[in-house]
Design a protein around this ligand. Structure first.
Ligand code: MG
Length: 389
């Protein structure tokens, strides 16, 4: 075994994002000033023993990955499973790879807290002769079987969390993948272990925690020293009142002898809130995202505009904390519907009821709202965002 061998890195960014609650995979969301994925690329690129980085991404996110990687990595399409994606990464190493770099490190893009010290510990284990090594951290809580109520406790001292990157002698993990005949393996270290090889353990790091859910972005960002600041977005909208049998306000149907006129369902309150959310991200206005000229939005329920704006905000690492909105009209009376509208807004925005403020006012019979020609709404949305330069 060659001591001080160089390594190739494979970053698997195969997730579709469904588990995180995001429309886009979480590895493309902003964590501080750069996307989650970029953190791992930077950590490998900065390591003196890294010869190349291979990034495995879903085919439909190739362009996003290319923009983030900025020419520093070789990008290949992933497979249907993590295992297939790693195999695609190994296949992309190239014919001379094992001579150039006898080691390979396989890492999940959803663990952005990668740093040189963990890489050094893994390489140290390989330099000392281990065919494979994984970072582990002890389990602090009790661990029990819970199939049918509380079952037996496991011996915690015999258990550990297994993180990535996982490090291997390249030729051995390539052979383990090639010879694997079982069902989908838990991870690559299990595949190496199945060949009879002993996988070494090195100290992992809480910083390597995985981003599984949207809320994890903020927690992991704080661990990585990324500061948050408060911002406020504002929105304003008006729709004309015409003859009809009721109108949508905040995703709630209010019976009335008129309706609001518009291309979509004309929910003036949700439109103001959508613009306020886009304001927290500096992402333009509702007209840019949903042009009235687009037939897709004819009669559309406006909660989808809010959800789109929230997705946009989530990918920018924004957490919405509070909404304060005002409806301006002479009729219908908002008071009797206020609590129902608040409850609906809380549902659409995924916020506690206490974080939804809804007010109503007339304009003292002045102006277009005073004459009953239309309804206006304004909204302020408070949010926590990354403090970026
Ligand atoms: Mg509107």
């Amino acid at each position: 075994m060659e001591a001080e061998g160089k390594f190739a890195a494979i970053i698997v960014a195969g997730g579709t994002g469904s588990r995180s609650g995001l429309a886009q995979p979480k590895q493309f969301a902003l964590l501080g000033a750069k996307p989650v994925l970029a953190w791992s690329i930077d950590a490998f690129a900065a390591h003196p023993r890294c010869t190349q980085i291979i990034l495995v991404v879903p085919a439909d996110h190739f362009g996003t990955a290319e923009a983030i990687a900025a020419g520093r990595v070789k990008i290949v399409h992933g497979g249907d499973s993590r295992q297939a994606s790693v195999a695609a990464g190994l296949a992309a190493l190239g014919a001379d790879a094992v001579t150039d770099a006898p080691y390979v490190l396989i890492h999940d893009a959803a663990r952005p807290g990668l740093h040189g010290a963990v890489i050094d510990r893994l390489l140290g284990a390989l330099d000392a002769g281990a065919p494979g090594a994984v970072p582990t951290i002890p389990i602090a809580d009790s661990v029990a079987e819970v199939m049918d109520g509380l079952g037996d406790y496991a011996r915690r001292e015999n258990l550990a969390r297994v993180q990535t990157p996982q490090a291997f002698v390249a030729a051995q993990i390539i052979a383990a993948h090639a010879n694997w005949a079982g069902p989908d393996a838990g991870d690559d270290a299990q595949m190496l272990r199945a060949t009879g090889a002993k996988v070494a353990l090195v100290s992992g790091d809480p910083l390597l925690g995985k981003i599984t859910h949207i809320g994890d972005l903020e927690r992991v960002g704080a661990m990585l020293g990324q500061a948050r600041i408060s911002v406020v977005g504002s929105g304003f909208d008006v729709h004309r009142l015409v003859a009809g049998d009721g109108l949508w306000l905040g995703g709630y149907f209010v019976p009335h002898h008129q309706k609001l006129d518009g291309h979509s369902d004309a929910d003036v309150l949700l439109h103001a809130i959508t613009d306020a959310i886009l304001g927290t991200v500096a992402a333009g206005d509702i007209g840019q995202h949903f042009p009235p000229s687009d037939p897709r939005w004819r009669g559309a329920a406006s909660d989808q505009f809010v959800r789109h704006a929230m997705q946009w905000a989530a990918m920018a690492g924004v957490r919405i904390t509070h909404v304060d909105a005002t409806i301006i009209c002479e009729a219908p009376k908002i008071g009797p519907h206020r609590e129902a509208i608040r409850a609906r807004l809380a549902e659409i925005l995924g916020l506690p009821l206490a974080r939804i403020s809804l007010k109503a006012t007339t304009s003292e019979r002045l102006g277009f709202t005073g004459r009953g020609e239309g309804i206006a709404a304004q909204a302020s949305v408070s949010a926590q965002v990354w403090d970026v330069p």
